[in-house]
Structure formats: structure tokens, C-alpha cells
Write a protein that binds this ligand. Structure first.
Ligand SMILES: [Fe+2]
Length: 128
């Protein structure tokens, strides 16, 4: 049995702004609207389907992306160019830093609705 995550819904105040924010930073394209969703699809074919939350409160979620060292350089440069506050840790105690967990690099930042995004170059627990 090979179960794969296929899509998840990311609630947003403005789905277009949020989808473009994430896609722009990650170097991806926002896909054509599908029903109420604006998808951002990553390399392993998981779609993050951005959807407007309407009047409902948005509960911030956490999304982490595994990237190459070269992609990390490009994405992190875009984070810095955008003037975003970034953190080395999920508890936001180390602003303006990245981490080197598992022998790689990682960094966190918040999207317009507070969803906490992360890029890592090594999966959790993969370091020696
Ligand atoms: Fe994480």
C-alpha cells in the first residue's frame, strides 16, 4: 500500500495574495483556480490548495518544505529581499538566524495569515 498525501487546504484571508506569497518565495507557480482553490503544487505533487476562509477565524498551521542547498540559497535570498522576519526555531526565540539541524540548514517565517512556513535541506532526524 502506498499512501501519498495529495492535497491539503490552506485557509487565507486573501487566497490569491497568500498563494502568490508562498509560490513567489519558493520559486513555484500558482496553478489555475480549481473550484474555490488556488493550488500551489510542490515537486512531490502535493497541492496546497489556498482557499478563502470567509468570516471564519484562521488557525495558523505549519508547513515545511524540503529543498536542496541551492534552492535554500535562492529562497532565503528572496526572504531577505522581502524584508521578512525569519527565525531559526519554531518558538521564534532566534529571529534573524537560520539553524543547522541535522547537518543542513533550516529557517522559519510566517505567511500573511500567520501560517508558519519552514524550509529545510535535511529531513528531521537525518543527521548523524
Ligand atoms: Fe517543522
Amino acid at each position: 500500500m502506498a499512501v501519498q498525501l495529495n492535497h491539503t487546504i490552506v485557509h487565507a484571508t486573501d487566497k490569491k495574495a497568500s498563494a502568490e506569497f508562498l509560490a513567489g518565495l519558493l520559486g513555484l507557480e500558482v496553478q489555475p483556480q480549481f473550484g474555490p482553490f488556488l493550488p500551489v503544487v510542490v515537486a512531490n505533487d502535493v497541492a496546497l490548495d489556498f482557499a478563502d476562509a470567509g468570516d471564519g477565524a484562521i488557525t495558523p498551521q505549519h508547513y515545511a518544505f524540503l529543498v536542496s542547498e541551492e534552492e535554500f540559497d535562492a529562497i532565503f535570498a528572496r526572504i531577505e529581499d522581502a524584508g521578512l522576519t525569519y527565525y531559526a526555531d519554531p518558538s521564534r526565540r532566534r529571529p534573524g538566524e537560520i539553524n543547522h539541524n541535522d547537518g543542513g540548514r533550516g529557517v522559519y517565517w510566517a505567511d500573511p495569515d500567520g501560517h508558519f512556513m519552514e524550509i529545510i535541506t535535511r529531513p528531521y532526524g537525518s543527521g548523524s
